[in-house]
Design a protein around this ligand. Structure first.
Ligand SMILES: [Ca+2]
Length: 260
């Protein structure tokens, strides 16, 4: 029984990144007759939303019916697709050739009063030294900003009876042992330590797998209400390179906080 329970919890933890193509928040979405952005609750089309493929420099807007065009021929390796619309939570999903072989319907969710958007941009952490077999290496068109990302932001108040979660919208390129075991990384000869996530200086999670909508519970004792708080993400290191420090190169997008 104990073994089963542990297995179950483990499975839940890695599920957001377990399926290769469409996962996480796109479970609210699916396929249709044309590419479209809809409100996940009402099902109504969302017009004038920005749909982007940041690593391809592609940007378009949805029309009055929420429809958008996408040249999916450009997409060979897994790529982060993002949808931005005022009044909605940041949305991103990792897509690939297979998941875009049919028109995709993306359900986005209205933001809640306690949502805090920390950063909507895409970042590449690491040192620009990586194997072509790295998970999603072909998408690394952005230069690395270095081995860590840090950002301060204000938290006005902490809702009672609710927990606060740090959400990382999408992560691609991690070459950890688990990413390799899941087939995300094709690097056979080496792997890296996980990336680490810190909140106000305390480590709150290891990032071991690639995928969308990764949720990290923030211990309430670490949160400073009506004050500045800080999130830091540090790249892992290649554990098989002793001659010099080789940081694990990866990209992430859409950092925000949600109360649940
Ligand atoms: Ca590297």
């Amino acid at each position: 029984m104990r073994v089963l329970l542990i297995y179950f919890v483990f499975f839940i933890t890695i599920t957001p990144s377990f399926s290769a193509a469409i996962n996480g928040n796109v479970e609210k979405s699916g396929y249709g007759d044309y590419n479209q952005v809809i409100d996940s609750k009402s099902g109504n089309p969302v017009s004038n939303a920005d749909v982007t493929l940041p690593s391809k420099g592609y940007r378009t807007k949805t029309d009055d019916n929420g429809k958008f065009n996408l040249d999916s021929k450009k997409i060979t390796a897994p790529t982060i697709m993002s949808v931005e619309k005022d009044g909605y939570k940041p949305f991103s999903v990792t897509v690939d050739k297979q998941s875009l072989s049919k028109p995709i319907v993306l359900g986005i969710e209205k933001s809640s009063p306690h949502d805090i958007v920390i950063d909507k941009d895409m970042y590449h952490l690491g040192d620009d030294n990586f194997s072509e077999n790295s998970a999603n290496a072909s998408d690394f068109l952005m230069k690395a900003i270095g081995p860590f990302f840090t950002k301060s932001f204000r938290i006005k108040s902490v809702p009672q009876n609710q927990d606060m979660f740090l959400i990382i919208g999408s992560v691609i390129g991690l070459d950890t042992q688990m990413a390799r075991d899941l087939g995300q990384s094709k690097v056979r000869t080496a792997y890296s330590s996980p990336a680490e996530v810190f909140f106000n200086g305390s480590k709150i999670a290891d990032l071991k797998v690639n995928g969308d909508n990764q949720q990290i519970k923030i211990p309430k004792s670490l949160i400073k209400p009506s004050s500045n708080n800080q999130v830091t993400i540090k790249a892992g290191r290649n554990l098989f390179q002793a001659a010099y420090i080789d940081y694990d190169d990866f990209e992430f997008m859409n950092l925000y906080i949600e109360a649940n």
